[in-house]
Design a protein around this ligand. Structure first.
Ligand code: SF4
Ligand code: SF4
Length: 344
């Protein structure tokens, strides 16, 4: 890893060179919120974003992705990676990408995810504004982000640009960089450490304490029903989550009844139909019929089930679910605190 520095006045020229060379996606403004979008000019980039509406997983795992076209017996994959720089990703979203990288590589590697992932260079950036519902400083601290190729921190006169991989290092040739001084690296470390004290919400329990308590509360139906009492089963909390990765697959047939396409769509375990299966004779069985069952399943996945595989919780504390929930019941800090403090 090398630490470089670029003056603030040279930063736009660096971005311009990158945009000329390949597709650059970063946080851009959408009315009063932010989304990841393709940069047309350096001025589009908003490194002061607090959080984006959808997480950057949509670049590798789009909400709707045509994965194959078929004609009779012939099937062709339609997935192709486009050389891309994903610029300005906060560390909690890198941690979520790390989880998806692991899960989509595990067992049968998922090429429809991996081909765009491997064609992408990720530049993380420090957090300049904190989302009001974020709690990334107090969740999963035992897991460090790893999937980024470079990490950029804004300091007084410019940016410290620390590279982790050859892909990250190759970007340095596009700008007027010099080696960062020890003082500049320390200033960057201070900026990143200070950001960790700025979350308004915190979880005062370790991941292991939470995992054990959540698992032990599986049979507490009264509590789960109370937590899910106002749930609309809309699935918004799943849709905005950077660590949710369930999908459904659907085929569309052309009029010739021979050819068509296969598309995969994000799916959401909080929706009523998610766990419905059809049995012989057209009978439907739903093995998570009640709202409380579905709400419990989400928290079992986030706090307990995946911990062994991932080394920590499947929640990175972005707070998107808290903001997206119309009923304001999805906030993991409030839900976990209720579980931890529940007296039977
Ligand atoms: S966003 Fe809120 S209301 Fe919608 S499914 Fe999630 S918890 Fe229920
Ligand atoms: S559960 Fe909520 S806070 Fe945790 S990663 Fe998903 S959207 Fe973010």
């Amino acid at each position: 890893m090398r630490a470089h520095f670029i003056e603030g006045r040279d930063f736009e020229v660096f971005l311009e060179a990158m945009i000329r060379e390949r597709r650059v996606i970063g946080p851009v403004a959408k009315k009063r919120k932010f989304v990841f979008g393709e940069l047309e000019s350096p001025g589009d980039l908003r490194l002061d974003h607090d959080v984006t509406i959808l997480p950057p997983k949509e670049i590798f795992f789009p909400p709707a992705q045509v994965i194959a076209r078929f004609d009779g017996d012939s099937v062709q994959s339609c997935t192709q990676g486009v050389e891309t720089v994903l610029f300005g990703v906060h560390f909690y979203d890198v941690k979520a990408i790390d989880q998806l990288d692991f899960l989509f590589r595990e067992n049968n590697a998922d090429w429809d995810y991996l081909c765009q992932r491997e064609a992408t260079t990720i530049v993380a950036s420090n957090i300049q504004s904190v989302s009001p519902r974020a709690f990334w400083s107090s969740v999963g601290a035992e897991v460090q982000p790893q999937g980024h190729d470079a990490f950029m921190t804004k300091i007084e006169r410019g940016y410290v640009f620390e590279t982790r991989t050859p892909k990250g290092e190759s970007l340095v040739a596009l700008g007027t960089f010099r080696d960062a001084t020890a003082e500049e690296v320390q200033e960057a470390q201070r900026a990143n450490a200070e950001a960790m004290n700025k979350c308004a919400e915190t979880l005062p329990y370790s991941s292991d304490e939470i995992a054990e308590r959540v698992r032990d509360s599986f049979g507490n139906e009264k509590m789960w029903d109370a937590l899910a009492d106002k749930c609309f089963s809309c699935g918004s909390c799943n849709m905005v989550c950077p660590t949710c990765y369930c999908f459904d697959v659907s085929d569309s047939w052309n009029l010739d009844q021979r050819s068509g396409s296969r598309t995969r769509y994000w799916d959401a375990c909080l929706t009523r139909e998610f766990a419905a299966v059809t049995q012989a004779g057209g009978v439907t069985e739903n093995f998570r019929e009640q709202r409380g069952d579905r709400f419990r399943h989400r928290f079992m996945r986030k706090a307990t089930y995946l911990n062994e595989k991932l080394g920590g919780p499947a929640c990175v504390g972005c707070g998107r679910c808290s903001q997206a929930c119309t009923a304001d019941i999805a906030d993991p800090v409030r839900v976990i605190t209720t579980i931890m403090e529940w007296k039977s």
